[in-house]
Design a protein around this ligand. Structure first.
Ligand code: 0JX
Ligand code: SF4
Length: 319
């Protein structure tokens, strides 16, 4: 006799890998295939331990800084989050063969910042201090060219050198709503501020947050598959909570599910950050299937068909 309680699982769609993550992982995999191990990777290629461990097993070696890498002819890959200008410069000085896995949508923000700087604008970057993408974007320009604004309070307190000569750019993985508020403060205080049409939050971040907004009010609990150092994943937990789902939890692996949080629920939403593989979503669904009689459906709130090319060096076959 089947005594398991019923559980309806609603999968948010889109969820999981974005085009930038797909490309970044492909770059490491293709480099391993073409040049063999080791392939050095500066910083976690994307913020996910399962992905990183999988690549390690194939011969990737992860470091935080280039000075941890011995003199080598092996390829060195820069992570999807982007790097300060000093990193490719140092790599070139050491005659390293490097492959840049920075997401093209992050590179686009780098170019925007450079354009504003060339036009003589002081720049505000809206983002989270210490995040590698923020370090990378700030590192496109000389120190002092970009000021970091993290919160509405920061935006209220910010004093530009010349309010008529100000521009802003943003991190790509922020909360759409929080960022709109911060941009609103800058626009109110400095009506001449220039910037992107809305902000620089990417399509994947926007779509994943929108899907969560639609599903969260209808479920008793929400799981976001992702890592604590993944900005876009952490934002999904916040969005779920703010959209009315108090039981919202970030989960990295099925083994770490706190089952006490999910007792007595009837409907569960599941999404995944842009760096979380679908295999981990499947693992978590399987874990729930051992505790509940589950039914699974998808809530599709957007369709994505974006893909980015890998660098040219990886498109030609090995000679
Ligand atoms: O911490 P983030 O969300 O910026 O990175 P993660 O989790 O690795 O996601 C993919 C890379 C995103 C770059 O914009
Ligand atoms: Fe690129 Fe957006 Fe993915 Fe970041 S989350 S890698 S900006 S597509």
């Amino acid at each position: 006799m089947d005594t398991l309680p019923q559980l309806e699982i609603i999968l948010c769609a889109p969820r999981g890998f974005c085009a930038g993550v797909d490309r970044a992982i492909q770059i490491v995999e293709l480099a391993l295939e073409k040049y063999g191990a080791p392939v050095y990777v500066r910083h976690e290629i994307v913020h996910n331990k399962y992905v990183v461990d999988g690549l390690k097993a194939k011969g990737a070696v992860f470091v935080e800084e280039l000075d941890e890498i011995p003199d080598t002819e092996a390829p060195v890959v820069f992570s999807a989050h982007g790097v300060p200008k000093s990193v490719p410069l140092d790599a070139s000085a050491r005659k390293m063969f490097f492959l840049d896995a920075t997401c093209p949508l992050v590179s686009k923000v780098h170019v925007e910042a450079e354009r504003h700087h060339a036009a003589g604008h002081e720049i505000v970057l809206i983002g989270h201090k210490g995040h590698p993408e923020v370090v990378g974007t700030m590192g496109q320009l000389p120190q002092g060219a970009i000021s970091l604004v993290e919160t509405v309070a920061d935006a209220e307190a910010f004093e530009p050198r010349d309010p008529a000569n100000l521009a802003f750019v943003t991190q790509t993985t922020l909360s759409v709503d929080d960022t709109a508020e911060i941009v609103g403060v800058l626009q109110r205080r400095f009506p001449q501020v220039t910037g992107p049409h809305k902000e620089d939050i990417c399509y994947a971040t926007t779509n994943r947050q929108e899907a969560v907004k639609q599903v969260a009010p209808e479920v008793d609990a929400m799981i976001v598959v992702g890592a604590p150092n993944s900005s876009n994943s952490m934002r999904l937990v916040e969005v779920a909570e703010r959209s009315g789902c108090a039981k919202s939890a970030l989960v990295q692996r099925a083994s770490e599910i706190d089952w006490s949080l999910f007792s007595g629920i009837k409907r569960l939403g599941i999404t995944a950050g842009a760096s979380a593989p679908e295999a981990l979503v499947d693992e978590i669904i399987d874990a729930f299937a051992a505790h509940y009689k589950i039914s699974v459906s998808s809530r599709v709130t957007a369709r994505e068909n974006i893909a980015f090319n890998v660098p040219k060096a990886l498109r030609v076959p090995a000679s």
